[in-house]
Every structure is written in C-alpha cells, then in structure tokens.
Unconditional design. Sequence first.
Length: 130
Amino acid sequence: MGQILIVDDSTMVRKFYTYILTSFGYQIREAEDGYLALEMLLTDGAENFDLVITDINMPRMDGFEFIAEMRNTPGYETTPILIMTTQDHECDVQRGLSLGANLYFIKPAAPEKLVHCVRELLEGTAGKGL
C-alpha cells in the first residue's frame, strides 16, 4: 500500500491514526512536530512517503510552517498533504490550502472518513476543502 507520515504533537492522536491506517495495510511513521517531520523527510527521501497527515498547532514548527518548508524543498512539491486539525476558521483553511495542502479536515475524524480521505489522496481523486 502506501507509506504515510503522521505529524501531530498528541501521542494519542498519532496512535489512533496509526491504529486505523495500519489495519488497512498502510505503513506509518510518526513525528511529534513539523521540525522532526521535515528532518525525517530530508533524511528518508520523498519517495518513502506517499502521503503526509499533519496537525496545525504544534511546538517548534507548526503545520503551516512545515507545509511551506516541505513544498519549497525539491522533490516534495507534489506529495499529498492532509491537514487534520481542530482549527476550523475559514482563514486557516484558506492558508493551509494556499500553502499547498490537498485537503483540510476538522478533528475529530471518524475512522471511515480518515480512510476515505487517505484513499482519495493516494489515488489522486481528492478535491480541496473540508
């Protein structure tokens, strides 16, 4: 299937997403903030991650900064990004999408919705938005 990087400062959220997605055959790596995630991408290479799921509110490097850095790094311009966050203001949605995220979704996510979004992004059939 696909290798997915989950970026969220909540261990519980990362473990929840990992549990759901591994049960559907996806391989998961985790990072607790954007800084560590960017380090993993630069170390492991873009070809190792088919999708990134990121939160916005995180220490050291938030999701917006992480997305901007990822999109400005050669080789990472088109890797699908799914934002999963509690921030539901329209300005945050627009900022995330304008920085290069493919989908913006408000937590909490029902497991079937998460799997559906991941499948759409990996198949290239997902639209932008909530």
